[in-house]
Design a protein around this ligand. Sequence first.
Ligand code: HEC
Length: 152
Amino acid sequence: MKKIITVICTATLLSSGLAFAASHSNTMDDPIASRKAEMKKVGGAMGTLVKMAKGKMDFDAAAALASLKTMNEVASNFGELFPDGSQTGGKTTVSPKIWSDASGFTKSISKFEADTVSAIANAPTDQASVGATLGLVGANCKACHQTYRIKK
Ligand code: HEC
């Protein structure tokens, strides 16, 4: 659990400075900016859950549920944000594997979506149960990023 939280915190910290810089760009006009903005929402949602798990924020069932719903919404549309031609540019960190292993990438998104659905169905009821939720949804971040993102 500790390890998972560390991984999650790293992902969250990387995003936090940029979290509110996202522009409201049209998905089709700028898929790179759109997918980055969507992932920033996921990073923010994760940050809320991590703070609750660590007791840096009071447990708040509604806020925990809202964070999970944000992740679920992102997961359900994320696959549309990788049209051909968006492999490079806009400071993207995508790996070409998204296109060369499109079915694997789609599976990773589906797993993330399914795990957010279960997490919503078993939404945390107290601080202690936030940890299990984090374990469930948080495993997806690292798994997908390791394979489908390039470290810069
Ligand atoms: C199915 C794959 C997948 C999953 C699951 C996933 N991500 Fe991502 N994430 C990506 C990809 C791809 C990018 C790179 C997008 C780009 O640079 O164009 C990214 C980028 C990010 C970014 C950087 C956004 C920016 O500003 O450029 C953050 C933060 C992030 N993800 C957080 C998370 C967290 C937290 C989780 C888990 C709750 C998660 N992601 C789950 C695929 C995924």
